[in-house]
Write a new protein. Structure first.
Length: 107
């Protein structure tokens, strides 16, 4: 739509060449909007997820990406694994990246 208006404006001026910056302005505006609406929020979420995974502690109640809720009872740092207690006498090894969120203690 905006390019159509620019085209009409150039034809109204008798076909005079326009400034290159004025022609690239709509594309630059779209890129800036794209950055602020998509790229910046996504990078912020990635930083929060990385910080959450780095701060996991024994006793945290977690929700996994598969929907399993459990409590961290130990770590296997060499393999980058968590030992998660799901129920009485049921413990599972899982990777840190499988943790979707840390649940509040009173939940």
């Amino acid at each position: 739509m905006f390019s159509f208006i620019l085209l009409m404006a150039s034809s109204a001026q008798g076909g005079k060449p326009q400034n290159v910056l004025f022609q690239l302005l709509p594309m630059l505006l779209i890129l800036v909007i794209f950055y602020f609406l998509l790229i910046l929020p996504q990078s912020k979420r990635q930083k929060q997820q990385k910080a959450m995974l780095a701060n996991l502690q024994k006793g945290n109640r977690i929700l996994t990406a598969g929907g399993i809720i459990g409590t961290i009872v130990g770590f296997k740092e060499k393999d980058n694994l968590l030992i998660v207690k799901i129920d009485d006498n049921v413990k599972v090894d899982m990777t840190r990246s499988a943790v979707a969120q840390v649940l509040k203690e009173n939940a």
